[in-house]
Design a protein around this ligand. Sequence first.
Ligand SMILES: C[S@@+](CC[C@H](N)C(=O)[O-])C[C@H]1O[C@@H](n2cnc3c(N)ncnc32)[C@H](O)[C@@H]1O
Length: 193
Amino acid sequence: MSVSRETERLTAYAELLRKWNPAINLIAPSTLDQIETRHIADSLQLTEITRNVSGNWVDLGSGGGFPGIVMAIMRPDLDLTLVESDQRKAAFLRNVVRELALPRAQVICKRIEAVDRLDAANISARALAPLPLLMAYVDRHLSASGTAWLMKGRNWQDEVAQARTDWKFELKPHQSATDPDAAILEITEIRHA
Ligand SMILES: C[S@@+](CC[C@H](N)C(=O)[O-])C[C@H]1O[C@@H](n2cnc3c(N)ncnc32)[C@H](O)[C@@H]1O
């Protein structure tokens, strides 16, 4: 049976994470044995939901590369930008992009608030900030017709209620398969309330 190019790259990525995590703390050490079942599986849910989506993609606060690197592996047809302000994590991400040969992925090592507007068709973020703050980051970098894909934990409904104080938006939640209380929030038409 042939192993797909995507599977080879996901395996190589997991190896790089395991190699570098002791030095850089890319993911919580307690979750090192859950790279495939939790971190990659979470990210693959997003790539599955968005398999027919087109346009440039921006992943904010990429950290060790979830979901940004998984998106770059599964969608090599998209221009993808990972924004990560921590220099050591950004160096790791650049190394992954080079070693896995992902030529349409680039890393910006700056704070999200300091990056020139990216005018993205799609934005993703996982474990970056509470939704009210995340909306401000997304609003800065999303195009008027763009879609945000925000991976949220079990308090997502409370966060949505808080965010609606300052923002108006259309919301379509996709329930997580790995954690029934978590969701990927598909958000469009963002504007100040
Ligand atoms: C908790 S980690 C999550 C990383 C990854 N998305 C994941 O799910 O594993 C949040 C990351 O966002 C980065 N970050 C936080 N605030 C940021 C900002 N304002 N600009 C750029 N990066 C930021 C941090 O350095 C950190 O690597």
